[in-house]
Design a binder for this molecule. Structure first.
Ligand code: 3PG
Length: 206
C-alpha cells in the first residue's frame, strides 16, 4: 500500500514578486511561478508519481500550479477537489500592503510575529492556529481517507495553509513552527504508516 501525500506550495505569484501580503487576494502566477509549477511536475514525473486524486484551494495561484503540474505529469483528466479550507491564511488588514512598508510602520519584530508565530493573528486576520483550525479538520475528513486507502494524493496550496498541515504531520511545537518555511514549487513528499504517522518525508529540492 503506497499511502503517499505530496504537498506543493504554488509557484511565485505577482504579489510575491511585488512583496505584498496576499492572503485571500487572488493574484496570478508570474512567469517564474509558471516555471516553478512546471518544474515541480517534472520532478514528480521523473520520480514516477501517478496521482489518484488532487486537492487545491479556491485561489487561482494554487489551482494554476496544480493544473501546470498535472500537464507535466500527463494527468490533466485527474479529479480535482477545490476547497476554501485550503486557502492561504487570511492576512486581514495587512492584505495588499508591502511587507517592507509594514516593517517600517510596525517594526521588524511585530511583523515577524504576525507572519510566523503560531497564535498571534495579524489585525483582522487569521493566526496560524486559526488557519490550522480549518485546514486540519478538512485534511482529516477529506484528504487523509484517500491517502489511507492506499492512494497517491497531491495537495496544491499556500505557504501558511501548508505550514499548518506540516506542523500537525511533523508534530512540531508552536516554537518550532516559527522557523518552518515552505518554498514555492518544491514538492514535499510524505509516506504514511498504517496508523497515519509519518514513515518518511522528502523535500524534492533541485
Ligand atoms: O499571503 C502571503 O502574503 C504569502 O502567500 C505568504 O506570506 P508570508 O510568507 O508573509 O506568510
Amino acid at each position: 500500500m503506497s499511502r503517499i501525500l505530496v504537498l506543493v506550495r504554488h509557484g511565485q505569484s505577482e504579489w510575491n514578486l511585488k512583496n505584498l501580503f496576499t492572503g485571500w487576494k487572488d493574484p496570478d502566477l508570474t512567469e517564474k511561478g509558471v516555471e516553478e509549477a512546471k518544474s515541480a511536475g517534472h520532478k514528480l514525473k521523473d520520480e514516477g508519481f501517478v496521482f489518484d486524486t488532487a486537492f487545491t484551494s479556491e485561489l487561482s495561484r494554487a489551482q494554476r500550479t496544480l493544473d501546470l503540474m498535472l500537464e507535466e505529469l500527463g494527468q490533466t483528466g485527474l479529479a480535482i477537489t477545490r476547497d476554501v479550507a485550503l486557502n492561504e491564511r487570511d492576512y486581514g488588514d495587512l492584505s495588499g500592503l508591502n511587507k517592507d512598508d509594514a516593517r517600517e510602520k510596525w517594526g521588524e519584530e511585530q511583523v515577524h510575529v504576525w507572519r510566523r508565530s503560531y497564535d498571534t493573528p495579524p489585525p483582522g486576520g487569521e493566526s496560524l492556529k486559526d488557519t490550522g483550525a480549518r485546514v486540519w479538520p478538512y485534511f482529516i475528513h477529506d484528504v487523509l481517507p484517500k491517502v489511507m486507502a492506499g492512494g497517491t494524493v497531491v495537495v496544491a496550496a499556500h505557504g501558511n495553509s501548508l505550514r499548518a498541515l506540516v506542523m500537525a504531520l511533523d508534530g512540531l511545537t508552536p516554537d518550532e513552527i516559527v522557523g518552518e518555511e515552505i518554498a514555492t514549487g518544491v514538492p514535499i513528499v510524505y509516506r504514511l504508516n498504517a496508523d497515519t504517522t509519518v514513515a518518511e518525508k522528502r523535500v524534492l529540492k533541485d
